[in-house]
Design a protein around this ligand. Sequence first.
Ligand SMILES: NC(=O)C1=CN([C@@H]2O[C@H](COP(=O)(O)OP(=O)(O)OC[C@H]3O[C@@H](n4cnc5c(N)ncnc54)[C@H](OP(=O)(O)O)[C@@H]3O)[C@@H](O)[C@H]2O)C=CC1
Ligand SMILES: CCCCCC(=O)/C=C/[C@@H]1[C@@H](C/C=C\CCCC(=O)O)[C@@H](O)C[C@H]1O
Length: 348
Amino acid sequence: MLNVKRVVLRSRPGKNGHPIPDNFRVEEIMKSHELKEGQVLVRTLFLSVDPYMRCRMNDDTGADYLLPWRLDECVDGGGVGVVEASKNKALSVGNIVTSFNWHWQTYDVMDGSLLQKVDPEMVDGHLSYVLGAVGMPGLTALLGVREKGHVTAGTHQTMVISGAAGACGSVAGQIGRLDGCERVVGICGSDQKCQTLVTELGFTAGINYRNGDISSALREQCPRGIDVYFDNVGGPISDAVISQMNPGGHVILCGQISQYNKDVPYPPPLSEHTQDALRRNNITRERFVVLNYLEKHEEGLMQLGHWVKMSQIKVLETVVTGIENMGEAFCSMMTGGNVGKQVVKISD
Ligand SMILES: NC(=O)C1=CN([C@@H]2O[C@H](COP(=O)(O)OP(=O)(O)OC[C@H]3O[C@@H](n4cnc5c(N)ncnc54)[C@H](OP(=O)(O)O)[C@@H]3O)[C@@H](O)[C@H]2O)C=CC1
Ligand SMILES: CCCCCC(=O)/C=C/[C@@H]1[C@@H](C/C=C\CCCC(=O)O)[C@@H](O)C[C@H]1O
């Protein structure tokens, strides 16, 4: 028997409630590590906390591809770990593996066929990147820009990114720059984050939305209007951006985190005024879901890994340690406590 720590959902914040660490509970259990044919014993290295998890805290997630977490059961999400014992022909002891449905547990017995093998070379040994820049958020940035952004080098485009200092936003802005946007302007929640965008990631400018008038800051930083908008947040920030978009522009509808604590469907409805601006100016605003492009994931991860190794994309991460801190890390990320990808280190 193995002594295992795990995190269960203790309570739901309620559809209009803000999540708190107390919504989660850490438990210790004894778990058999006897393996059936095809199974592996994994030790968890890193776990991911992501905005979509707020929707999984509701009893109805509002999205058909997301299942609600069940009360008093172990929660799950992106994770990466190492195989410690194997009865699966494709996986050996020492292999690094990942899954979107990794239990928030220190150890687990998993069906090997549900795990993806990771080549540590691809992330230069930084295994947490598998959950960030060279994982689902990086793919979201890459495929979001490439599939919905219509970026064309040499055409002097201006791209704006909201949630710009986060996991997806920080990579999306760097890809906008690599793909040839003339100006890449990030919106985020602190002056320190704005400075990081410019000095470390090569953004043209950063706008702190907590400093007041976003519209005048946008007018100043985007003198030729906005052509491409990578939208991670929705709400009033996005209304302000869309109102300054050029005719024929493109909104990449990636996420709407400012609305996740509200009882609204996904994507949340737009104001009449914003809908009118989109219609009048013939601006596309298509919903983007990274899971709809599975056939492009392998090539996308290779590209992201290459950029990271060549330092063409810089990776920002916020790492906290200990499974006891999962709830804290999730709530912190939901309120902007992270710079880059928020991960939790579970073991060495
Ligand atoms: N479509 C898809 O396939 C996918 C979509 N997503 C979406 O992308 C977005 C970013 O996700 P991810 O990069 O993982 O998370 P981040 O790393 O960006 O973390 C979330 C950030 O959101 C910002 N934020 C929180 N509340 C607000 C608010 N009310 N207004 C403005 N900003 C806010 C905070 O930064 P700050 O300090 O700037 O406030 C916080 O750091 C989310 O909307 C998510 O749902 C993610 C993955 C896949
Ligand atoms: C309802 C709000 C969703 C907003 C967009 C978003 O953040 C989407 C994220 C997904 C995320 C889903 C992750 C796993 C699916 C597991 C399904 C389940 O077990 O319930 C990501 O991995 C892909 C993004 O599109």
